[in-house]
Write a protein that binds this ligand. Structure first.
Ligand code: ACO
Length: 418
């Protein structure tokens, strides 16, 4: 990162602000000393224009629809890499050699054996509880099993949570479906997850599709859940507590929870006789809280490159599995209508990663309520890589400021006088 200086005038005083320029030429004003020198803070509700950190993990250009993990294009990785390779790349910055990948996968396999007694606690969760609630509780609960310091960014701590995540998620699906838990066949993270979640060993088409989907979800720079993980971790909370924060942030329908909402929306349109225009009109009506789920993104003002890949994959997977699903044709028509409507065009609203993913998950056989857990399974390497980067760089505790708008100082009134 190179630096130069920009001078601004505030209350008649010249303030010098360093300019920080990233490797892809993104520019930022470093305002760390602004308040000390001028009394001003900056205000940016929703962080629409605020960089909370610098990071060497993921590059995203929302205007041009570009997404790179550690310098590699998302389409290149989705086409050629495996999910565990991408997890290694995100964590350690380089693609692994054959030996490095084998050691990493072996370590994740060792850590996929959940601590003794843990599965009984997972079974005790009410089966009807939402899978994201079971995931947040389960991952936080894991922290009880380790006596060592789990707030340090060691490989041991990182591999523990990465290895445990898939079996915890598979057990959640089984609990949700009131099925007994099964053990892992030991054939790799994605294969094992599918074999444990369902009653049979998975078809190659399904393993490949799932692997690709997990890669596409693996990281997305400082989104709501990742920023939460960094924020929670900045207090030196342990890795399980930090990731649990991210899981809860992901659950919301404006973030990862959208994949469940999209499918529910498509099913509702189907049940309503395929009346797409009615739903587009509802989405445009400012008096109606309905939004077109899976559309729009804080950063992308162009096609989400992940949505393009997933749309192609949806066609491919459904064909290979011989599944005919009306929701896919409804989704395509909905996209076509929205993209030619001035409301969506003027606001740069395009399909995001969640628009087509649920159709593939449904074709594989996942219950709709599991969709956001699948997003979390993909995102765990990104969360952990950001958590590691934040701890390795010894970033300070996250603590934003505010502009106070409440009552000014007043005297306590006794209750008898109120
Ligand atoms: N349907 C209808 N209108 C929309 C939609 C939508 N899906 N998304 C945005 N808009 C409109 C807003 O009403 C607003 O209109 P206005 O300027 O007339 O007031 C304008 O577009 C800008 O929207 P904001 O909400 O200000 O944009 P923001 O960046 O804050 O929100 C978000 C982004 C949350 C993703 C939003 O587009 C949305 O709610 N989308 C639907 C939910 C969704 O798919 N979430 C998943 C995002 S991807 C992910 O997190 C993995």
């Amino acid at each position: 990162m190179s630096e130069n200086i920009v001078a601004i005038q505030l209350d008649g005083k010249e303030i010098n602000l360093p300019v920080v320029i990233g490797t892809e030429n993104e520019k930022a004003l470093d305002i760390a000393k602004l308040r000390a020198e001028s009394g001003f803070i900056t205000l940016d509700t929703g962080y629409k224009n605020t960089g909370a950190t610098s990071s060497a993990i993921t590059f995203l250009n929302g205007e041009e629809g570009i997404l790179h993990y550690r310098g590699y294009d998302i389409a290149d990785l989705a086409e050629n890499a495996s999910f565990t390779e991408v997890s290694y790349l995100l964590l350690y910055g380089e693609l692994p050699s054959k030996d490095q990948l084998a050691n990493f996968e072996a370590s994740l396999a060792t850590n996929s054996r959940l601590p003794e007694g843990f599965a009984d606690l997972q079974k005790a969760f009410p089966s009807e509880a939402h899978p994201m609630s079971q995931l947040a509780a389960g991952i936080c609960l894991l922290s009880n099993y380790y006596k060592r310091n789990t707030s340090d960014a060691t490989d041991e701590n990182i591999h523990t949570i990465l290895g445990a995540f898939a079996p915890v998620a598979a057990n959640i699906q089984r609990n949700f479906l009131n099925k007994d838990f099964v053990s892992s066949p030991g054939k790799g993270l994605v294969y094992d997850f599918l074999a444990m979640a369902f009653d049979e060993e998975p078809d190659e088409v399904i393993v490949d599709a799932m692997d690709k989907l997990l890669i596409l979800h693996a990281d997305h720079e400082q989104n709501c859940s990742t920023s939460t993980v960094r924020m929670v971790g900045s207090s030196h909370a342990n890795i399980f507590a930090s990731i649990t924060g991210g899981i809860n942030a992901l659950w919301g329908p404006l973030h990862g929870g959208a994949n469940q909402s999209v499918l529910e929306m498509l099913e509702a349109i189907k049940a309503d006789g395929g009346n797409i225009k009615k739903y587009v009109a509802k989405a445009k009506d400012k008096d109606d809280p309905f939004r077109l789920m899976g559309f729009g993104h804080r950063v992308y003002k162009n096609f989400d490159p992940r949505a393009k890949i997933i749309k192609r994959a949806a066609d491919n997977v459904l064909n290979k599995l011989g599944v005919k699903d009306e929701t896919l044709s409804i989704a395509k028509k909905l996209e076509e209508i929205a993209l030619s409507d001035s409301y969506f065009v003027e606001r740069n609203l395009y399909p995001n990663v969640d628009f087509y993913s649920g159709i593939i998950y449904k074709a594989i056989g996942f219950p709709t309520e599991m969709f956001t857990v699948l997003f979390a399974l993909g995102r765990i390497p990104g969360w952990v890589s950001n958590w590691k980067e934040m701890r390795d760089r010894k970033e300070p505790i996250g603590r934003p400021r505010q502009v106070y708008t409440g009552a000014t100082l007043r005297k306590y009134t006794p209750i008898s006088e109120r």
